[in-house]
Design a protein around this ligand. Structure first.
Ligand SMILES: Nc1ncnc2c1ncn2[C@@H]1O[C@H](COP(=O)(O)OP(=O)(O)O)[C@@H](O)[C@H]1O
Ligand SMILES: [Mg+2]
Length: 261
């Protein structure tokens, strides 16, 4: 079976955010910043030597605590970031739904953003024109389609983003916590659409804190911790392992299960 996504020894380093405000040499020394800089610790290692093969048609869940590198991984696959080292191969058209606020131009209308979004995904204009009505219909934005996107509510924005992503006929779909946005009804509608993608054999990388959803919906899962792949396997097994570890840490995994009253 061919792989849709391959990562080979991928590292992603970010420069640490600079210390706010005025920094003197004395500050650097007193706070130990100097040593850190000198020793080259001014980088965050968001991903550390990640190797991964994702066969076509696999629905892969990506779980792990905040800051473990999930979003960075998706952005690398989307081509938004380049790896600091290592290699990424992506076979097919990618549609990414990463998070609100990414991708649309606020001053432009919904209509213009659909066209730009389609072009960015590699669709020829002709195909965008053909898909246009379907996108607007699915997003339920007919009356607002010529208003600037900055006037949209977050729900409208999310609907438009989701609708564009699913209509560009992607081979690979990247989803970062998106099914949680929008109202109940739209969320149900988007779930059905995702199920259809799964049935059609699209490759899906699905980042979520919804562990039940990952266990139930994904074929496999990986668990990222500190930028490394700590576990990979059948989704239910990996979710179980992650839950156990959270419980042992007394982390949010246990607290989330506390019932009041
Ligand atoms: N653009 C960035 N600049 C600097 N640091 C970043 C950037 N994006 C992510 N990071 C850091 O990389 C690590 C992984 O972040 P991220 O991939 O967003 O984790 P997750 O999505 O699992 O919460 C975190 O320590 C985060 O602070
Ligand atoms: Mg994230």
């Amino acid at each position: 079976m061919t792989d849709a996504v391959v990562l080979e020894h991928v590292w992603k380093l970010f420069r640490r955010y600079p210390v706010r405000g005025h920094t003197t040499l004395k500050d650097l020394i007193v706070r130990g910043e100097w040593r850190k800089r000198f020793k080259g610790q001014q980088h965050v290692e968001a991903l550390r030597d990640v190797s991964l093969q994702v066969p076509q048609g696999l629905v892969l869940g990506i779980i792990g605590s905040n800051g473990s590198g999930k979003s960075t991984l998706l952005r690398l696959v989307a081509g938004i970031y380049r790896p600091s080292s290592g290699r990424i191969v992506v076979a097919g058209r990618v549609a990414a739904l990463l998070h609100l606020g990414l991708g649309f131009h606020p001053e432009l209308s919904g209509r213009e953003n659909i066209i730009i979004g389609g072009l960015a995904a590699g669709l020829p204009r002709r195909e965008i024109r053909r898909a246009f009505d379907g996108i607007v219909e699915f997003a339920e934005l007919r009356e607002f389609i010529d208003a600037p996107v900055r006037t949209y509510s977050s729900g409208m924005y999310a609907r438009l983003a989701f609708s564009v992503a699913v209509h560009v006929n992607p081979d690979i779909l990247l989803l970062d916590e998106v099914l949680a946005v929008g109202d109940e009804r739209f969320s149900e509608k988007s779930k059905q659409r995702m199920d259809r993608f799964k049935r059609e054999g699209k490759t899906i990388l699905f980042v979520s804190h919804g562990l039940d959803k990952v266990a139930e919906w994904c074929h496999e899962a990986i668990w990222l911790e500190g930028g490394r792949v700590r576990a990979r396997g059948p989704a239910e097994a990996v979710v179980g392992e992650y839950r156990n570890s959270c419980a042992a840490d007394g982390g949010f995994g246990t607290r989330a299960r506390v019932r009041h009253g």
